[in-house]
Ligand binder design. Structure first.
Ligand code: PRP
Ligand code: ZN
Length: 285
């Protein structure tokens, strides 16, 4: 039987979140440090641990069928793969930064400067669009130290929390690109693997939905029930059960994370008591 091969970043910003998602999909694998390939126990899948920069190429070539990778890495690579889904984690931006002590009045200040980056293609396109001529100095790592050692006037690199810039005495002056993790796929995978991919996507969707929703239980006097039910649409409609105490009911439903606190306040106002909110592991519609 064929196995789906998933590429994930070996160590870095996206590693933990990617692997957590696999686990949340109910898939377990033999983990160990320094492993290149891990087989999953309860799903026909293998996990390939790679440098993030290598993931688009492996997926393009079909060595991996699918992979979690930052859009920044994907776009820079120029590889021809399918973007299956935006994952909503690993949000970051690609920005130009200069030494904090330096004045900055606008993009024309970058004219004829040298900029160190691991993203020469994305940066080159950005500068061209802005009509700025600068010397792009491609380096593969530790970009943030370039101005400090006199290698370049500025850098263009990924900013997530901003702590790397801060600890290197740099300030962000231009935002070039915003990015998040995406699930990419090989163009033209076999029908059997496509079937496995669909199974995985079904689980991913259920996990994603579950994360955006919470299970809520509350008690309400029967006279407030109509009001409370109107506030809680649930999946179909809320469950209502009588309490042992005459004239009271227990109401169960699912609520969305987005307007969570507003909902709770409105429910209290409508007469709800003993409100209990719980996380959901999976939500299948
Ligand atoms: C980026 C970037 C910085 C860091 C910035 O590396 O090169 O080192 O993240 O994050 P911060 O703003 O939270 O300090 P990334 O993890 O994207 O990958 P790489 O090491 O493979 O280049
Ligand atoms: Zn990398």
């Amino acid at each position: 039987m064929e196995k789906l091969r998933l590429a994930v970043q070996k160590s870095g910003r996206l590693s933990e979140k990617s692997l957590d998602l696999v686990k949340e999909c109910g898939i377990s694998y033999a983990s160990g440090t320094g492993k290149l390939l891990a087989s999953c126990y309860n799903f026909p899948m293998e996990i390939l641990f790679l440098r993030d920069d290598d993931i688009p190429g492996y997926v393009e070539d079909g060595v991996a069928d699918i992979g979690f990778v930052g859009e920044n890495v994907l776009i820079e690579s120029g590889r021809k793969v399918k973007t299956i889904e935006r994952m909503g984690f690993g949000r970051c931006r690609l920005s130009i930064a200069i030494p904090r002590s330096q004045e900055y009045n606008g993009i024309e200040d970058l004219q004829n400067k040298s900029i160190a980056t691991s993203y020469p293609h994305i940066l080159g396109k950005f500068l061209k669009e802005k009509g700025v001529k600068a010397d792009i100095h491609e380096i593969s790592g530790s970009v943030e130290i370039a101005p400090g050692i006199g290698l370049a006037d500025a850098i263009c690199d990924i900013v997530s929390t901003g702590s790397t810039l801060l600890s290197n005495g740099l300030k962000e002056v231009e935002s070039v690109f915003t990015s998040e993790a995406v699930l990419i796929g090989h163009k033209g995978i076999s029908a059997e693997k496509q079937h496995l991919l669909e199974k995985l996507l079904f689980r991913l969707a259920s996990v994603k939905r579950a994360k955006n929703n919470k299970y809520i239980m509350l008690n309400a006097p029967n006279k407030s029930l109509q009001k409370i039910i109107a506030l809680l649409p649930g999946i179909n409609s809320p469950t209502v059960q009588s309490l042992a105490t005459e004239g009271w009911s227990s109401v169960h439903s699912v609520i969305n994370e987005d307007d969570f606190w507003e909902k709770i306040e409105a429910l209290k106002k409508a007469g709800a008591e003993g409100i209990l909110v719980m996380p959901i592991d999976n939500l299948i519609l």
